[in-house]
Design a protein around this ligand. Structure first.
Ligand code: CAA
Length: 382
C-alpha cells in the first residue's frame, strides 16, 4: 500500500493551491456577496490545466489521473467552494461522459474548449418534477425521418446554465421504456430553440450561476447523440459516479478551510484568561473535526484510485461523497459554534463555509440517494 503521491500529482496540487490562495480566496467574499460569475478566474484555471485534469493532452487537457483531480479540487474548494463547483462540472460532469462515450469528432469539438477553459460546460438531468428520481423526466426528444431529433422541455437547477455554451442533455426518446428510453445529447446553447429561464437565488456557492433551461423545438442532429439512443440513463449514472468523487473532494476542501480557520482561532482567542483551545470541550471538537476530515480525504482518494485503476468505484464514490459532505457540514457547524459571534458574522468567512457546505449533501445525489446506492451494493437487494 502506497500513501505517497507522484511528482505530477504534487505538482498539480501545488499549482491549484497557489491559484486558490493568490487569486481565488482573496475574491471569494466579493463573489459570494455579489453572486458575480468568476469568469476571469475560471480562465486562469483553464490556462493551468485545471478545467480538464483527466482529459488527455490530445483534447486540450492536463492528461492526469483521478487522484490528481482530487488533490486539485480540494485546494480550489478550500479557496472558494463556488469556483470548485464550476470546476467540477467542467471536469467531471461534462468532459468525463464525452471522453467515455463520445466520438472522436465530439471529443475534438466539445471537450477541448471546455478543458482549456475557453468555454463553460453544463450537465442537464434534473427537471422541476424530477430530481432524485431521474427516470421521471419529461423532456422529450422525438426522432424525425432524417435521423434528427426535435427536443422540447425544461431542465432545472443547471449549474453554470447561465454561461454554458455546451451542455450534456438527457431527454426521453421512448417514454414506454423508462430508464432505457433516455438518450444523451450534446447541445450547443447558441443554436435556435435553446433558451434560459429563471436563475436560482441560492443559500451558498452563490458565484456558481444556476438556472432553468428550456428547449422549444430545438433540433439535435444525429451526430449530436452521445453514445447510443436509449443509453442515456447509464451514461448519466456513470458520469455521476465520477462526479461524486469531485463533490467529495469539494466537501473536503470546504471542511479543511473551516477547520484551519478554527485551529488558528482557538490558539488566539482567550476566555477566562486562557486560549479557548486549552479547554477540553474545544479540544474534543478539534480532534473530531480532524478525524472526520482525514477519513473523508482518505475515502475520496480510495474512490479516485479505484477509478484510475479502471476498477468498479460506484459504491466507493457514494461512500466518499456521503462521508465527506456530512463531515463538511458538521465541521462548518462546529466552526461557527467555536467562533461564536464572529462565526455568525459576515466579517469572517466561517458563515460562508457553513452555507457552502450544505449543497454537498444535496447535489449530484442527496445523502439519502448515496445511502441507497451503498445499501443496494452491500445487500444486493433493491
Ligand atoms: N452506472 C451504470 N449504470 C447504472 C448505474 C451506474 N452507477 N446505476 C444504475 N445503472 C443502470 C442499471 O443497471 C439499470 O440498467 P438496466 O436497465 O440495464 O438493468 C438502469 O441504470 C436503471 O437503474 P435502477 O433501476 O437502479 O434505477 P433507479 O430508477 O432505481 O435509480 C438511482 C437509481 C440510484 C436512485 C438514480 O436514479 C440516482 O442516482 N438518482 C440521483 C440522481 C442524481 O444524482 N441527480 C443529481 C443531478 S445532477 C447535479 O446535481 C449536477 C449539478 O448541477 C452539480
Amino acid at each position: 500500500m502506497e500513501f505517497g503521491f507522484s511528482e505530477e500529482q504534487l505538482m498539480i496540487q501545488d499549482v491549484a493551491r497557489r491559484i486558490a490562495q493568490e487569486k481565488i480566496a482573496p475574491s471569494a467574499e466579493h463573489h459570494d456577496r455579489t453572486g458575480e460569475f468568476p469568469l476571469e478566474n475560471i480562465r486562469v484555471l483553464g490556462e493551468n490545466g485545471l478545467m480538464g485534469i483527466e482529459v488527455p493532452e490530445a483534447y486540450g487537457g492536463a492528461g492526469m489521473d483521478p487522484v490528481a483531480y482530487v488533490l486539485a479540487m480540494v485546494e480550489i474548494a478550500a479557496g472558494d467552494a463556488a469556483h470548485s463547483t464550476i470546476m467540477s462540472v467542467n471536469n467531471s460532469l461534462f468532459c468525463n461522459g464525452i471522453l467515455t462515450h463520445g466520438s472522436e469528432e465530439q471529443k475534438q469539438t466539445y471537450v477541448r474548449a471546455i478543458a482549456e477553459g475557453a468555454e463553460i460546460g453544463a450537465f442537464a438531468l434534473t427537471e422541476p418534477q424530477s430530481g432524485s428520481d431521474a427516470t421521471a423526466m419529461r423532456c422529450r426528444a422525438v426522432r424525425q425521418d432524417d435521423g434528427s431529433y426535435v427536443i422540447n422541455g425544461k431542465k432545472s437547477w443547471i449549474t453554470s446554465g447561465p454561461v454554458a455554451k455546451y451542455i450534456v442533455l438527457f431527454a426521453m426518446t421512448d417514454p414506454d421504456k423508462g430508464a432505457r428510453g433516455i438518450t444523451a445529447f450534446l447541445v450547443d446553447a447558441t443554436r435556435e430553440g435553446f433558451g434560459r429561464g429563471k436563475t436560482e437565488p441560492k443559500l451558498g456557492i452563490r458565484a456558481s450561476a444556476t438556472c432553468e433551461i428550456e428547449f422549444n423545438d430545438y433540433v439535435a442532429r444525429p451526430e449530436d447523440v452521445l453514445g447510443q439512443e436509449g443509453e442515456g440513463f447509464k451514461i448519466a449514472m456513470g458520469v455521476l459516479d465520477a462526479g461524486r468523487i469531485g463533490i467529495a473532494s469539494q466537501a473536503v476542501g470546504i471542511g479543511r478551510a473551516a477547520y484551519e480557520a478554527t485551529l488558528s482561532y482557538v490558539k488566539e482567542r482567550k476566555a477566562f484568561g486562557q486560549p479557548i483551545g486549552t479547554f477540553q470541550m474545544t479540544q474534543a471538537k478539534i480532534a473530531d473535526m480532524k478525524c472526520k476530515l482525514d477519513a473523508s480525504l482518505l475515502l475520496t482518494l480510495r474512490a479516485a484510485w479505484l477509478k484510475g485503476q479502471g476498477k468498479k468505484f460506484s459504491a466507493e464514490a457514494a461512500i466518499a461523497k456521503l462521508t465527506a459532505s456530512e463531515a463538511a457540514m458538521w465541521i462548518a457547524h462546529q466552526a461557527v459554534q467555536i467562533h461564536a459571534g464572529m462565526g455568525y458574522s459576515k466579517e469572517m468567512p466561517i458563515e460562508r463555509y457553513f452555507r457552502d457546505a450544505k449543497i454537498t449533501e444535496i447535489y449530484e445525489g442527496t445523502s439519502e440517494i448515496q445511502r441507497l446506492v451503498i445499501a443496494r451494493s452491500e445487500t444486493g437487494l433493491r
